[in-house]
Design a binder for this molecule. Structure first.
Ligand code: COA
Length: 250
């Protein structure tokens, strides 16, 4: 019996079609993983294995080690003004709780509405599908009304939960340092876990005479840190850190 012309393909064409199918399948899976969507076969695996951890582990390995994701740093404009607010709220809610998520969201919105805002230092990282994967904000700061033209505050820093510990904040923060230097700023203050910031050159601020004021409650004095953007910049910058000019932190 004669076969229909449409199905009459030679071996080479069969190999090419198989190759194309495998390639498309792999790309689709990678895209779904990158977007944080779990492909259907992981869901089936979950119901068979019974343990979420067993299913999620290979997915995380796939995400962390194999997929090369684009990392594009941009200043926040347009639709990202809202998207980055949603982003920081989500990251801090997952990291801590809903209240923390809301406070950080309000802090970002407040800084954007005030004179401390520096649009060139409102920075995000997006991937190739324009999904926000990281965010940092550097804004104007002062110590008891002094050094306004020299000091910056780094707050907040947030990285998509599934992509943390892959140097996303490192890239954003170091990019921010370069922009800040070009804008003439001399030093950056940050409050947080020293483990996250020491590798970026931040040191305990109290050692430089920059100390927590009444409105700053630290689990440890080492949690208030400072980094010089220019050698010797901190020789003349001293004083108390206070956050009383942020309504969202009162
Ligand atoms: C904190 C946060 C912004 C860090 O961003 P990140 O992209 O995950 O961090 P990075 O991969 O750039 O690592 C930064 C530094 O943290 C430290 N670090 C990385 N992995 C670590 C780990 N498993 N344990 C302890 N410290 C670690 C390292 O010093 C690292 O720098 P290095 O690798 O150059 O030495 C991010 O984890 C986050 O959004 N956390 C939730 C919200 C938050 O806590 N924000 C900051 C408030 S202080």
């Amino acid at each position: 019996m004669e076969s229909h012309a449409f199905f009459d393909i030679n071996d080479f064409e069969k190999i090419m079609i198989s190759f194309f199918c495998v390639f498309s399948f792999r790309k689709t899976m990678e895209m779904l993983c990158r977007q944080g969507r779990y492909p259907w076969f992981f869901v089936m695996l979950k119901s068979q294995k019974g343990s979420v951890a067993e299913v999620v582990k290979p997915l995380q390995l796939l995400k962390k080690e194999k997929i090369k994701m684009e990392r594009i740093i941009k200043t926040v404009t347009g639709k990202f003004t809202q998207e980055t607010l949603d982003f920081v709220e989500k990251v801090f809610t997952e990291y801590s709780d809903e209240e923390e998520g809301k406070v950080v969201r309000e802090l970002v919105a407040e800084i954007r509405s005030k004179k401390y805002y520096i649009p060139e230092l409102d920075l995000m990282m997006v991937n190739e599908i324009e999904e926000v994967i990281g965010y940092v904000m550097f804004s104007g700061f002062h110590l008891e009304g002094n050094y306004e033209k020299e000091l910056l505050l780094l707050s907040p820093a947030a990285v998509k939960t599934e992509l943390q510990r892959q140097h996303i904040s490192k890239e954003l923060i170091e990019y921010g340092f370069e922009v800040a230097k070009k804008l003439g700023y001399k030093a950056v203050i940050v409050e947080g876990n020293p483990q996250n910031y020491q590798a970026r050159g931040f040191r305990t601020s109290a050692n430089y005479g920059i100390v927590p004021g009444e409105t700053v409650h630290l689990p440890d004095i080492a949690c208030l840190m400072v980094k010089e953007l220019e050698p010797g910049a901190l020789e003349h910058i001293k004083g108390q850190v206070n956050y009383d000019f942020y309504e969202s932190l009162r």
